[in-house]
Design a protein around this ligand. Structure first.
Ligand SMILES: C[S@@+](CC[C@H](N)C(=O)[O-])C[C@H]1O[C@@H](n2cnc3c(N)ncnc32)[C@H](O)[C@@H]1O
Length: 460
């Protein structure tokens, strides 16, 4: 029989947005925490710890009731049960009910509930994904990018790209050279500019351009295609690119991919910023962040559509809750960017950074890698301008890791932060404001637990 230990989720999670967000956050933290652990396995639709009775966590938490294993005979599984429980408690609080038979404590649910939940969570996910990807060892790594997606009709959005198999967060889904690069100008001039540039394209490239969606038909049709589809070549760029495949990707205010322009290779890349399941639509964000009304006010005149993404179509109270978080994100972002506070009260800036990280995770789950590299880079700057190389190095490492996931190793921004991670003092602002936090780059404390390390890092 043996002695069992674990925890139950009481009450069970609902399919509501808040619960889904919390579970996504929980799974993200688990993946990051155990990513270098040999016994941690990310499988098709679930996570497995190859220790004890191989306890599992489903990637979809709806219906999850228990994480447990027989613990005698394999000491290491106890460690997994307890650390997963601690992470779960930090997110779900009182809903996590720990129990151990060694202290005569038993789970809340009876075995039939637990078996039903297992059947739902594990057998179902394996079957669902295998329908798309062929076998149950999904997240294929050897497919060329053309096999990762297909163009399909999406309700109320025209055509869009849909994943053909499970795609892991951090995967480069597409890398494309533009058909055309154009400068923003009046519709008439734009139409003429495009007309002359089209002449130098091949017949196939012309066909690709002309087949793109146009939300602004009329006298200047080429300008309409450009306005509907162009993506800026870099943040704040006044030139934009038109891409045959990337321009088929629809927008979401809660996107699962990140697009970025690589100025060195002159290509646009698309990276998954969360695990995407086969059958899910691939989306990017055309917009800045901010509350729904601000996003709509940008999308309608600039791209000519009312957003129908999963966030904008939430019931009003849930959308309001998201708006409040996004308002707070903007507020904290401004505080973090305040140069005077950074130079005179760096601790206030660092606290704003940490608070921002918390709200970002609440709003996006931790998957929104696109904002995370910048946040850690801001934290790096706060530390380095006051001479703190030890923390600056950790912030640079985190920024680098997040940047690789959303832009790849070949992105100029990734290369830059990689250099800073190796040598934080090479930054031009090193000790520029003060030396009051002076440390060496190797003086990070050793042997601290996660919480203690975070306290050190954020100067609590
Ligand atoms: C760059 S195109 C994307 C591909 C396009 N759906 C197609 O059929 O080729 C942008 C257009 O797609 C549609 N679209 C993209 N995202 C949308 C969304 N979230 N809600 C509604 N329509 C969307 C809008 O018509 C928008 O102008």
């Amino acid at each position: 029989m043996g002695i069992h230990e674990g925890f139950d989720m009481v009450p069970r999670l609902t399919g509501g947005t808040e619960d889904v967000r919390k579970w996504t956050r929980f799974i993200d933290i688990i993946q990051k925490y155990y990513q270098d652990d040999d016994r941690f396995k990310l499988c098709n639709g679930y996570i497995e710890f190859t220790s004890g009775e191989h306890p599992m966590l489903p990637l979809d938490g709806n219906n999850f009731v228990r994480f447990s294993s027989k613990v005698c005979g394999d000491g290491s599984v106890c460690g997994y049960i307890r650390s997963v429980r601690q992470i779960a408690e930090s997110i779900f609080g009182f809903r996590i009910r720990p129990w151990t038979e060694s202290a005569d404590q038993y789970g809340f649910y009876d075995l039939r509930d637990v078996h039903d939940s297992y059947r739902y969570s594990f057998e179902n996910t394996a079957m669902t994904a295998s329908r798309f990807a062929g076998d149950s060892s999904d997240y294929p790594s050897n497919l060329d990018t053309d096999n990762l997606f297909e163009a399909l009709e999406i309700p109320s959005k025209g055509r869009g790209l849909v994943a053909r198999c499970n795609i892991r967060s951090g995967t480069r889904i597409l890398c494309e050279k533009p058909l055309l690069i154009i400068r923003n100008t009046s519709p008439e001039l734009l139409h003429r500019d495009v007309a002359s540039k089209l002449k130098s394209l091949s017949k196939e490239e012309q066909r690709q351009f002309l087949s793109l969606h146009n939300n602004f038909p009329g006298r200047h049709a080429f300008a309409g295609i450009v306005k509907t589809n162009a993506l800026p070549c870099g943040p704040g760029a006044i030139i934009g690119g038109i891409f045959p495949k990337i321009c088929r990707i629809n927008h979401s205010c809660f996107s699962n991919c990140h697009n970025s322009w690589n100025d060195e290779t002159q290509q646009e890349t698309i990276h998954a910023i969360k695990d995407i399941l086969a059958g899910e639509e691939i989306t990017i964000s055309y917009d800045h962040s901010g509350p729904a009304s601000v996003r709509q006010a940008h999308l309608q005149p600039n791209f000519g559509f009312n957003c129908q993404c999963e966030l904008c179509t939430l019931p009003p109270e849930e959308l309001q809750a998201s708006d409040n978080r996004r308002g707070l994100i903007q507020q904290l972002d401004e505080q973090v960017g305040d140069a005077f506070t950074m130079s005179t009260e760096p601790l206030v800036s660092l606290q704003a950074c940490q608070a921002l990280l918390g709200v970002l995770i609440d709003e996006y789950g931790s998957h929104d890698m696109a904002l995370i590299p910048r946040l850690y880079y801001d934290a790096f700057q706060i530390a380095i301008t006051h001479g703190d190389q030890a923390r600056a190095k950790v912030f640079a490492e985190r920024s680098y890791k997040a940047r690789v996931a959303c832009e790849g190793e070949d992105s100029p921004a990734t290369k830059k932060v990689k250099g800073l991670m190796q040598n934080p003092a090479s930054h031009s602002s090193f000790a520029l404001c003060s030396k009051m936090w002076k440390t060496s780059k190797t003086s990070q404390p050793k042997n601290l637990g996660i919480n203690e390390f975070e306290k050190w890092l954020w100067r609590h």
